[in-house]
Design a protein. Structure first.
Length: 461
């Protein structure tokens, strides 16, 4: 043991204190002594110790009272108790309060004490190392593959950090491909449940009967083919997180059962009568407008309020165009790590093509596009020729409205449409006018002319 390992021995018997001091010092410990609980408290507040060894029965303060005091002061070092009594009831009580272990004062108890101290210090080291590793992991991987420097994504990251520390049910909304499951995983990884399971299911991918069996489990004989009891995903995810993707696709009957589980915190298997208590954090997701579905009686209002305690909206890629290059480079780096060959970069022309696309399939479409280009590319740089067919390098026009029966002012309408394009180009380029002009395919001088004509400023969008 290193001399840096500082041990505090607390006992009211001078001879025993001295014997322990000599023994532990010979074993390589740095030892301090205290003749009672109050002296120990004073020593602990003055200096840092790696472990405390204390007698249980002392005149001014029992060892258990000392343990309470130092834990109340926020000290978490291992605490080992010594007792001369054959009855260990008090010592066991201390273990429940957070003592590491206890040692009976037998004829040769010092050897046992030495081993217990070493075990306590090793567990302390592993615990601190694990805490450090988890902290470092969360710094670098806490948001998983959720990547973005845009203001919208920074807000998403902030919201994830805020809600992760709570047990609240979360409803993640957003278009298909925006990363709703990645957000759910990030919430789980940053939560107190991170050591437990993250279980996910797509509610829209199964029939009503299969979905209920998957979620709630079933008992043997509940239906044809149920040859044994089976846990549902609520039970599998106990103490962890259950992600219900596309919850808007569930049937009315399933919605009733989901509501009951969320209210009662208990699940009943199909064909069973027993209520099984569960402790599960639920995160739901949908690409549909649940509020509108509630108004149209397609989704239960009470279930909606249960799952949307904390709403989190994932922005579409077209609203965070400044992240396209960052995401594209990230996906290329991932492919380089998993493939035998390496492509160094994405060409400037290819990147312009990527940044000019509207990405109706969002981040998932971008990832697929990069992977397809990676497969087709034979050089060390992804060229514009291989960024296809999904990304055609044009801004996607807004849907044209129907011409009203009374006609319209075509010049005013077209001017408004042009203004929309200019504002969109400025937003996508982060206000960089030269880049916005390139997106629109017009000379910078013409771009400046139209900006003055439409009274468009770089700050818009």
């Amino acid at each position: 043991m290193s001399s840096k390992v500082k041990t505090l021995v607390v006992d009211d018997e001078p001879s025993l204190r001295e014997m322990l001091r000599i023994f532990l010092k010979r074993e390589g410990f740095e030892v301090s002594i205290a003749d009672g609980g109050e002296a120990a408290v004073a020593a602990l507040r003055k200096d840092d110790y790696d472990v405390v060894v204390s007698d249980i029965k002392m005149p001014d303060m029992t060892g258990i009272e000392l343990l309470k005091r130092i834990r109340a002061d926020g000290m978490a070092m291992p605490f080992i108790l010594l007792t001369a009594y054959a009855s260990t009831e008090t010592a066991i009580q201390a273990l429940k309060m957070g003592a590491f272990d206890y040692v009976l004062k037998t004829d040769n108890f010092t050897e046992e004490l030495k081993h217990i101290i070493r075990r306590a210090l090793e567990e302390k080291r592993l615990r601190e190392e694990n805490t450090w590793l988890k902290r470092e992991f969360r710094k670098s991987h806490g948001m998983g593959s959720l990547i973005g420097e845009s203001a919208k994504m920074q807000e998403v990251f902030h919201m994830i950090q805020v809600v992760s520390e709570t047990p609240s049910t979360v409803l993640v909304t957003g278009e298909s491909g925006t990363g709703k499951e990645l957000a759910a995983k990030a919430i789980h990884v940053n939560s107190p449940r991170s050591e437990e399971k993250f279980v996910s299911i797509n509610c829209g991918a199964l029939t009503e009967t299969l979905l209920e069996s998957e979620l709630f489990g079933y008992m043997k004989g509940a239906f044809t083919g149920a040859v044994s009891d089976r846990k549902g995903l609520f039970e599998v995810a106990d103490r962890g997180t259950l992600f219900l993707d596309e919850i808007g696709e569930t049937s009315p009957a399933t919605q009733v059962k989901l509501l009951r589980v969320l209210q009662e915190r208990a699940v009943r298997r199909v064909g069973g009568s027993e209520e099984l208590p569960i402790d599960v954090r639920v995160i739901a997701a949908t690409n549909r407008n649940l509020s509108e579905m509630v108004r149209e009686s397609q989704f239960r209002e009470d279930l909606f309020y249960r799952v949307s305690v904390f709403p989190l909206d994932m922005p579409p890629l077209r609203e965070r165009a400044g992240d396209i290059a960052l995401l594209a480079d990230h996906f290329l780096a991932q492919l380089n790590r998993s493939a035998a060959r390496k492509i160094e970069r994405i060409s400037a022309e290819a990147m312009r093509k990527l940044e000019g696309h509207d990405w109706p399939g969002n981040v998932r479409e971008l990832e697929n596009t990069i992977e397809r280009a990676f497969i087709l590319e034979t050089s060390g740089e992804i060229s514009a020729a291989h960024v296809s067919p999904g990304a055609n390098g044009t801004l996607k026009a807004k849907s044209a409205p129907m011409i009203p029966s009374g006609g319209l002012d075509f010049e005013s309408y077209m001017e408004g449409l042009q203004r929309d394009y200019f504002e969109e180009a400025l937003r996508r380029s982060g206000g960089v006018q030269v880049r916005a002009a390139e997106l629109l395919g017009i000379p910078y001088r013409s771009f400046r002319h139209y900006m003055r004509k439409f009274n468009v400023t770089a700050g818009k969008g």
